[in-house]
Each structure stands twice: as C-alpha cells, then as structure tokens.
Design a protein around this ligand. Structure first.
Ligand SMILES: Nc1ncnc2c1ncn2[C@@H]1O[C@H](COP(=O)(O)OP(=O)(O)O)[C@@H](O)[C@H]1O
Ligand SMILES: [Mg+2]
Length: 306
C-alpha cells in the first residue's frame, strides 16, 4: 500500500472518530507532505530566517515534525540549532518565516500580522515543553513543587490533580524517592530528569531538548538518555539537539542535519549514518568515529560510532 493510501485511510478513521474530515493543510502542502492529514503535523517551520547583525544564523529553514516522531537535530557547533529551537517558542523572533505548533500560528495572531500579547504568547508556549542544557529549577521549591508549579499557576489546574500528576511523572523519570528534596541536593542527572518531568507536566504537544546531557558528568548521561528513549517509545513527539550519536542512531525516527544555518540532510538514521549524502555530514560524522574502530571507507558500512 502506498503512502497516500495510508494517509487516506488515516483520514477516514479520523472522520469516523470525530465526524469531521481533515484536509491536508497548506503548511503540509508547502513542505511537500501533501499526503498527510493536517492533524498529524505537530510542528511546522516554514522559511525561517534569522540574523544577528551581519551574522545570518538561519537561512530559510523549513521543517515538519509529525505526531510521534523523534527528530534528532545534529550539526556542528554554531550552525544555528539552538537559535532554531528558540524560534519555535518565540524566545527568538525570526526575521522571516512562520512557526505553527499543532496547526496554530506562533507569535503572530492567525490571519494577521499583529504580534501576540504576552498572555497569548504564554498560552502558545504552554504547548511546547523545553528542556535546556542547564536545568533551571527553582532552588527554593522542592522537586515536587517544581513540577507542580506551572500546571498550578499557568494552567490553573486544581492542586490535587497537579500533585497526582507530578507524583506520577516523577515516578516515571525514576525520582519517586526525591519528591521532597530541594534541587541543591540532586545530582545533575537527577535535576535534568526533574526538568523533563516539569516539561511533561504541562502535557505539551511537543518536547524540545537542547543538548540535555552536554553539561552532565559522563556517568550521569545514560540515566537521562534512558528517560528520553522511553518517551520516544511511548510515542512522544520530540525534537532533540544532541551530540550523542549512538543515542540518535537508536532513538531517532529521523535525523535532521544542519550546517551554516540550513538543513542540508533529513533522513532516517540508518540512511544518515550509513550513507550520509553531503561532504559536510560525512566530515561531521567522522569526528565521532571511535579511535579504536578503524573506519573502512570502501565497505559502505556505517561509520563506527562511539
Ligand atoms: N542572542 C544572540 N545574539 C547574537 N548572536 C547570537 C545570539 N544567539 C546565537 N548567536 C550566534 O548565532 C550563531 C548560532 O548559534 P547557536 O544557534 O547557538 O548554534 P548551535 O546551537 O548550533 O551551536 C552563533 O554564531 C552564535 O554566536
Ligand atoms: Mg546550541
């Protein structure tokens, strides 16, 4: 069965489920994904450009992420990965291009060029979970309070519900025993897992990770990657900037490779790691080859990664 038949079937199921047909969105059409129903698109970036002075950091970047995808965003330092993630939640305002999260425009009122108010922006941002390199937990709140804070005060959820949810999420990230601890008593890996629970507590449509393990002691990287791995298996929609190549190879449904402010490859991991298409990607991957594993360029095998 071909992809458009699959998509048509999905649409029919959706019509059956809620009585409304979902047509492919203009956004999906623009990205060449005309066969997919609009409801399947969680993030759509179209033509994002951003400069800081003379520094053209993002050049016409388009990217579509579908429900349940784990996209690993790779690329050399300084190529614009963090800026791109920051444009998604309007922490940086793109000079050009549009951002849609769950088919809703970010930063600008739909159908107009009017900037969103702070309250509108806050509501839009609540649909995006962000996990940064440096875990910005509130030091004066316990782990449990850190996770409950935004659901209580941003979403206005009842305290009992927010607490039950936070407890469940902390169990899920392996921190059932640390709920009453203050962040200063946690290891870096534990703090980052609280950061993930805190992001999940908002029930976001998408999770964005910006090098979540790069500030960690190497011993603690695995426990954070394991949580992210299990989220991917459970069908969370995620964009992950990482330099953990083996993790990306195992967990990503798609690799997006950026260089100098542009997306230059987008492929399933086996294809990207096995047969990168561009010299820049090959050069990038070569840096991650294990020094103990000779890389046979002629065999067509995947580079041996860490
Ligand atoms: N707020 C800013 N002001 C000025 N320059 C910035 C700012 N943020 C990022 N840059 C520049 O943009 C480029 C891309 O940075 P970044 O998106 O952080 O790259 P990456 O995350 O891929 O390492 C770099 O040259 C960086 O110095
Ligand atoms: Mg960065």
């Amino acid at each position: 069965m071909n992809t458009s038949n699959d998509a048509a079937l999905t649409m029919l199921r959706e019509v059956a489920a809620d009585g409304t047909a979902s047509a492919p969105s203009a956004a999906a059409a623009a990205s060449g994904n005309t066969a997919r129903p609009a409801t399947d698109t969680v993030l759509h970036l179209n033509g994002i450009s951003k400069s800081f002075g003379e520094n053209h950091v993002l050049r016409d970047v388009s990217l579509t992420v579908h429900k349940g995808e784990t996209v690993c965003l790779l690329g050399p330092s300084g190529c614009g990965k963090s800026t791109l993630l920051r444009c998604v939640n309007w922490l940086e305002i793109p000079d050009a291009g549009t951002v849609h999260v769950s088919n809703r425009r970010m930063g600008v009122r739909e159908g107009s060029s009017i900037k969103m108010s702070d309250a509108e922006l806050a509501r839009s941002r609540a649909r995006i979970g962000m996990v940064f390199q440096h875990f910005a937990l509130w030091p004066h709140l316990t782990v449990l309070q850190n996770v409950m804070e935004a659901p209580l005060h941003v979403l206005g959820r009842p305290r009992d519900e927010a607490r039950a949810d936070a407890e469940r999420l902390l169990e899920r990230v392996g921190l059932a025993g640390k709920m009453e601890a203050f962040p200063s008593r946690l290891s870096g890996g534990q703090k980052q897992r609280v950061g993930i629970a805190r992001a999940l507590a908002m029930k976001p449509d998408i999770l964005l990770f910006d090098e979540p393990t790069s500030a960690l002691d190497p011993m603690l990287v695995g426990e954070v990657l394991n949580v992210m791995h299990s989220l991917a298996q459970e069908g969370a929609t995620m964009v992950i900037v990482t330099h953990e190549m083996e993790f990306a190879r195992q967990v990503a449904s798609r690799i997006v490779f950026m260089d100098a402010g542009q997306v230059i490859e987008s492929a399933p991991p086996e294809q990207f790691f096995g047969a990168p298409q561009t010299p820049r990607a090959r050069q990038f991957l070569a840096r991650f080859r294990s020094p103990h594993q000779p890389f046979d360029d002629t065999a067509g095998d995947a580079p041996k990664l860490l």
